[in-house]
Structure formats: structure tokens, C-alpha cells
Design a protein around this ligand. Structure first.
Ligand code: SAH
Length: 381
């Protein structure tokens, strides 16, 4: 009777039971109704599973015994299997999760003083080929399912809750792990709806952040269907450089991207877009580029999140000196922008931004080509 298995022994095997973890509330209501039960029973099941940490349907005592027995034979909350956990000296923790098809993904927990942020993956690998990102080196394998995305939050939520039952649990989720979330649109939106649902993780809009490399149609669709915070990976103040760093820019150049960002925040009172900008020595870190960044973002409700480049084996870029990074921050501050220079976390376990690679089973020829290209590359000074 392990219908709602404890995360550590979650069985990612060949179960044929329906996985309720991937179901939004409307989907679960429909499924429950299909069993001849009142749809509101779905809300009770979710509350037991997500809020009260029930480990088995048998514990859900306000459901009829017959219904509980049917749930036990038909359904379960099945998260990916934890293959390994690494703990950094700064408290950051990285899980390697094994999926049912043998692929693996990574999820990172970043505890801070007033919040506990989980960085989740949305795809196995990534198709976008950003020149400075290690996930890109493995190529794209496939989209994650809703349950594989929600499963990351579920596992971390249980792990954190077991260690500190009176603590806040996971307070923030950011889609800054592997993959481009807007290229897995439907599954990511369903997963975010579960994260936001009061019967599930109940996270407020500001606490769920989707980070995108800048897919304009995806940003516009997201604006219509889901209320979350938006982060955009800008990394360059002009199209010429951004074309090299973030190749999708050739399709959606900066002016179009910023127009989509303005439409996104216009629909949300007091919202601002977070612009991520990974600082790379001699590439995009000069005072001239800081001033150009301030100019290009003029008029857009923006926060700027500067990320020191995180090296990985084979990387052709370098992190700028602390002095150069501080100079960049100062220029943006003087121009009136809320700017943070991200403290690098999880360095010793390769858990920092852009370092997540997981391990992909079905490696493609594309990956070999990418490696060859990367090895031949010079920094884009
Ligand atoms: N596909 C999404 C999520 C990517 S990861 C996106 O593009 O936004 C989150 C952030 O880390 C992105 O801004 C990404 O560009 C950045 N990043 C990738 N590799 C990095 C590296 N090696 N060092 C620092 N930041 C990196």
C-alpha cells in the first residue's frame, strides 16, 4: 500500500496506475467524476496529498472506504526516482533524478535567509544552443511531462518538509534549470497551475518565475493563460552580440522581445520583468555595454539580475573580475535600475546557473557536432 510513496522510495518502475501528480485540479476533477464520484472529491485528495503529506490513500479518512480502495488500485502520486543528492557547503542541494525512460535531469534547491528557491528543469537537454550554457552542449532530447516537472517540486517539498516540519517549505520556484520552458508550453503551464493552486503548492504569482531565452510568441501566449513572473535572458545590449550568444535572437531580435515584455507587464499591475545578464569577461562586461543596456531597457518596467559566468569543462568564456562586475552594477544603479549581482551558489557541486546537464541516454549526433564546434570556438571578444 504505497500509493503515495515517500519520496526516497518512490518507485519510478513500470507501474500502470494513473499518476495523479501530473493532474491540474480541473483534470483531477474530471478523472474523479469518471469514477462516478463528486468532482469536489478531487480537492480533498489534493489537500491530503500536498498539504497533509498523506503517504497512502488509506489515510484520506474523509473519503468513503470504497473510493479509497479504488484509488489505491488505480492511482498513485509517482515522482521521478532520486538517483543522487549532492549537498554544497553553502546549503545548496542538487538532485539527479532518473526518469522512467532512463533519461536524467537535475533540480537545485537554494536556501536563503528568507526564502527557499527551487530551480526546476523543463526539458531533457535544450535545443537553443546558447553559446555559454552547458545544457546546450548535450543537445535536445525531449520535453518533460507535467508530472516530471511537478515531481521535482514534490520531491524537494517532501525532503525540506521532513527535515524542518515547521519551516516554510519551498517558497519560490524558478524555471532556470535545464531546457527552454516556452518550448514545452502546455506542460509547463499545467505544472505552474499546480504550483499556484491553493490545493497543491499554493505559490503566489511573484513566487513562480518562468525564465525564457526570448521566444516572443510564447511570451504573448503566456500572458493570456497564466499569471506568473517573467524573466528574460538578455545577456547583450545589442542584436549583433546577442545573435552570437543567444541564437534565437536572429528570429526574435531585441526590439521585438522588449515589446513582448512590455505587453506582458502591461497586463499585470506593478509587475516588472527580470532581465538576466550573464557577465562574461571581455564579451559583454564593459562600461560601454552597461550604458547601452541601461539605454535599451529605458521605459521597460525592469529589474536586472547579473549572473557571474559559471565555468564548466570545455567552456570558452571566463567570469570577469569582481571589480569589473561591480563597475557594471554601479553604472546600472546610477541609471536608476534595481540591479542585483547574483551570489554564486553551489559552485562546489556544479549546481550554479548554466551548469546543469543531467545525463542523457539517447545522445544525438548533434551533441557531438556541438562539442566539436565549441572546442573550435574562441571567446567572442
Ligand atoms: N532556457 C531558459 C532557462 C535557462 S537557465 C532561459 O534561457 O532563460 C537560467 C539562466 O542561466 C539563463 O539566463 C541562462 O542564460 C543562464 N546561464 C546559462 N549558462 C550559464 C553559465 N554558464 N553561467 C551563468 N549563467 C548561465
Amino acid at each position: 500500500m504505497n500509493s503515495v510513496p515517500a519520496p526516497a522510495d518512490a518507485d519510478a518502475g513500470d507501474s500502470t496506475r494513473t499518476n495523479l501528480l501530473g493532474m491540474t485540479r480541473p483534470a483531477l476533477r474530471a478523472w474523479v467524476a469518471g469514477l462516478g464520484e463528486q468532482p469536489y472529491r478531487a480537492d480533498q485528495v489534493m489537500k491530503w496529498a500536498y498539504h497533509r503529506g498523506a503517504k497512502a490513500f488509506g489515510e484520506m479518512t474523509d473519503l468513503s472506504r470504497l473510493f479509497r480502495e479504488r484509488l489505491e488500485s488505480l492511482a498513485e502520486f509517482r515522482a521521478p526516482r532520486i538517483e543522487s543528492v549532492q549537498q554544497s557547503s553553502d546549503g545548496t542541494r542538487k538532485w539527479l533524478l532518473r526518469l522512467e525512460d532512463g533519461n536524467a535531469i537535475e533540480t537545485v534547491l537554494i536556501p536563503e535567509e528568507r526564502r527557499v528557491t527551487l530551480c526546476v528543469s523543463s526539458q531533457v537537454g535544450c535545443a537553443l544552443n546558447c553559446s555559454f550554457c552547458s545544457t546546450a552542449t548535450q543537445g535536445f532530447s525531449r520535453n518533460l511531462s507535467v508530472e516530471e516537472i511537478v515531481g521535482q517540486v514534490w520531491l524537494a517539498h517532501h525532503a525540506v518538509g521532513e527535515e524542518d516540519p515547521d519551516g516554510p517549505g519551498i517558497t519560490n520556484v524558478v524555471f532556470m534549470g535545464m531546457g527552454e520552458p516556452l518550448l514545452n508550453f502546455d506542460n509547463v503551464v499545467a505544472a505552474m497551475n499546480i504550483m499556484r493552486d491553493d490545493m497543491a503548492f499554493g505559490l503566489a504569482r511573484r513566487r513562480v518565475t518562468l525564465s525564457t531565452s526570448g521566444l516572443v510568441p510564447g511570451i504573448d501566449r503566456l500572458r493570456e493563460v497564466c499569471d506568473v513572473s517573467l524573466a528574460v535572458s538578455l545577456h547583450a545590449p545589442d542584436d549583433e552580440l546577442r545573435n552570437k550568444l543567444v541564437p534565437i535572437n536572429r528570429k526574435y531580435p531585441i526590439a521585438e522581445l522588449l515589446a513582448a515584455c512590455e505587453r506582458y507587464v502591461a497586463a499585470r499591475p506593478r509587475a516588472r520583468v527580470t532581465f538576466e545578464y550573464t557577465l562574461m569577461a571581455g564579451v559583454n562586461d564593459s562600461p560601454r555595454q552597461a550604458k547601452a543596456l541601461a539605454r535599451v531597457l529605458e521605459g521597460v518596467p525592469a529589474k536586472i539580475n547579473l549572473i557571474p559566468f559559471n565555468p564548466y569543462p570545455g567552456a570558452v568564456y571566463r567570469r570577469p573580475s569582481q571589480g569589473d562586475m561591480q563597475r557594471f552594477v554601479d553604472i546600472l544603479h546610477r541609471a536608476g535600475y534595481t540591479t542585483t549581482l547574483r551570489r554564486t551558489r553551489g559552485d562546489d557541486i556544479d549546481a550554479a546557473c548554466g551548469q546543469l546537464v543531467g545525463r542523457v541516454k539517447d545522445r544525438t549526433r548533434r551533441q557531438a557536432r556541438h562539442r566539436a564546434r565549441l572546442e573550435g570556438d574562441r571567446p567572442l571578444a
